[in-house]
Design a binder for this molecule. Structure first.
Ligand code: NAG
Ligand code: NAG
Ligand code: NAG
Ligand code: NAG
Ligand code: NAG
Length: 455
């Protein structure tokens, strides 16, 4: 008696619990007796399959909560012209189907079953930014647990519209948005939740994207907001996918060669202007640069005006400007040596002022010679400044000519040589000045571009 009462109480409790459990899941409990011997009986699930057209809830006041997570496994393409990002992701959805419930103990311990998704109600989750229809493979399966939770994974190739800004190309970062949303269910029927934390999604995606492609995943961030369309409120999950371009290809193929060509262009100012090889050299460089731009055009974005185009334009204008400068200096030198016009007084005083540390004008070419490193080829007698000063009065050195009168010739020749030397000095000064201006312009523009790239 003493031992029987507790036993009876336990039995009663067990019965009560059983009845309660039965009562809770009674209507939709799946009779799975015999599953372990004869396999799953389709008839047992027929009631569930028949209801697949309807929300899997028993009380329509409670919405279905669909938990979402995804892993981004590849960034296939970012198309600037179409403003489209193509990526590949695995979408995982999890929700409770209240019509599915069984007792694993009666079913030989079966905790979960895989069921073809065409027999089940599926949430109509889509990504708002999609611009192609979802091409998920058909015939996918979903895992259903004895509690009624359904897990459904599907691969998605996401071609999504994304506002791309290529101003900072090739150092650009893009920020594309994925908005997960239901087609028709309002918040009264469906709410969306997170299956895992967004940091985990970001971490897993980062480790999953092993490809050394052009784009580096910086991270995935979330911002939640509900949308209201008309009088209906829809739940949605908003993710921002931040990616950065790997710029190495563009640095090696575009920026470095371009900088080399501009550097050579700047260095070519040290070629003597008098020798006449500077202009052809610069011309060749300019041609080479144009060919380079034509060849590398495919690497540049098709639309928009990225900063790199400005950079190329600056490089090209620098080359054109330096060519123009060379033409100008060559013209001046030519003018000076063939028929030097009289020096205007202001220019004379300017030249004197500029060369004031040196006492007299003819020594000025020394500075020029030192600067340019080479002697003018077509100016006999200008090999050495001292030599020049000494040799000027020599009648045999007046090769520029004094055909008519030998008597007035020496003064004439001296006068002319003086003009020539002053003009040459002036040309060299102009050359040096313009070269410095060129360097200044080059430095400021390139520093500006680099500063803009770094912001
Ligand atoms: C389950 O089905 C079997 C036959 O397949 C039947 O004998 C049993 O009574 C059913 N159990 C319940 C609780 O309906
Ligand atoms: C349905 O759910 C609502 C809200 O949770 C609750 O107030 C209501 O009593 C439920 N109806 C039934 C029949 O359980
Ligand atoms: C969805 O997420 C919520 C909160 O994280 C959790 O309580 C619920 O059980 C989840 N639902 C499913 C089906 O996993
Ligand atoms: C991406 O853009 C959205 C707005 O369009 C902004 O709220 C979010 O902070 C941006 N994320 C990053 C990482 O720049
Ligand atoms: C993500 O990964 C970083 C290192 O890669 C780690 O420091 C961080 O804790 C991780 N975050 C989460 C939420 O796991």
């Amino acid at each position: 008696m003493e031992r029987g009462l507790p036993h009876g109480e336990g039995f009663l409790l067990c019965l009560l619990l059983h009845l309660l459990l039965q009562g809770r899941g009674n209507t939709f409990a799946i009779n799975c007796s015999g599953f372990e011997q004869r396999g799953v009986d389709p008839a047992a699930f027929q009631a569930v399959f028949d209801r697949k057209a309807f929300l899997p809830v028993t009380n329509y006041s409670n919405p279905v909560r669909v938990n979402i997570s995804f892993t981004l496994s590849a960034i296939l393409e970012v198309n600037v012209q179409l403003q489209v990002m193509t990526s590949f992701l695995w979408l995982t959805m999890r929700w409770y189907n209240q019509f599915i419930r069984w007792n694993p103990e009666e079913c030989g311990g079966i905790m979960k079953l895989s069921i073809a998704t065409e027999n089940l109600w599926l949430p109509d989750i889509f990504i708002k930014e999609l611009i192609t229809v979802d091409q998920a493979p058909t015939g996918l399966m979903a895992y259903v647990s004895s509690e009624g939770s359904v897990q459904y994974n599907k691969p998605m190739k996401v071609v999504s519209i994304c506002s791309l800004d290529i101003f900072y190309f090739p150092f650009d970062e893009q920020n594309c948005t994925f908005t997960f949303n239901s087609f028709i269910y309002t918040v009264e029927n469906m709410v969306l939740g997170m299956q895992m934390k967004v940091q985990d999604i970001s971490n897993i995606s980062r480790t999953l994207i092993q490809s050394k492609g052009q784009w580096l995943l910086l991270g995935i961030y979330q911002s939640t907001k509900k949308t209201i369309v008309g009088t209906n409120q829809y739940d949605q999950l908003v993710f921002h996918v931040a990616v950065r371009r790997r710029p190495k290809l563009y640095i090696i193929n575009l920026l470095v060669p371009s900088s080399f060509l501009v550097a050579i262009d700047a260095l070519s100012f040290y070629l003597p202007a008098e020798s006449g090889i500077r202009a052809p050299f610069k011309m060749t460089l300019l041609l080479g640069y144009n060919v380079f731009l034509l060849m590398m055009n495919d690497l540049l974005p098709d639309t928009g005006t990225p900063l790199i185009n400005v950079y190329f334009t600056i490089c090209l204008s620098l080359m054109v400007l330096s060519l123009l400068e060379t033409i100008f200096i060559t013209y001046m030198l030519n003018l000076a040596t063939t028929k030097p016009p009289p020096i205007p007084p202001w220019l004379h005083s300017l030249l004197l002022h500029c060369t004031s540390p040196m006492k007299c004008c003819p020594t000025a070419p020394q500075k020029g010679n030192k600067d340019l490193g080479l002697t003018p080829a077509h100016l006999p007698g200008l090999k050495e400044p001292v030599e020049f000063v000494q040799k000027v009065p020599g009648p045999q050195e007046g090769t520029i000519g004094c055909p008519v009168s030998a008597r007035i010739c020496p003064e004439d020749v001296a006068q002319k040589q003086h003009f020539v030397s002053l003009w040459i000095q002036f040309s060299r000064m102009m050359d040096t000045l313009l070269f410095r201006l060129y360097l200044l312009f080059m430095a400021t523009s390139i520093i500006t571009v680099i500063v803009l790239w770094n912001t």
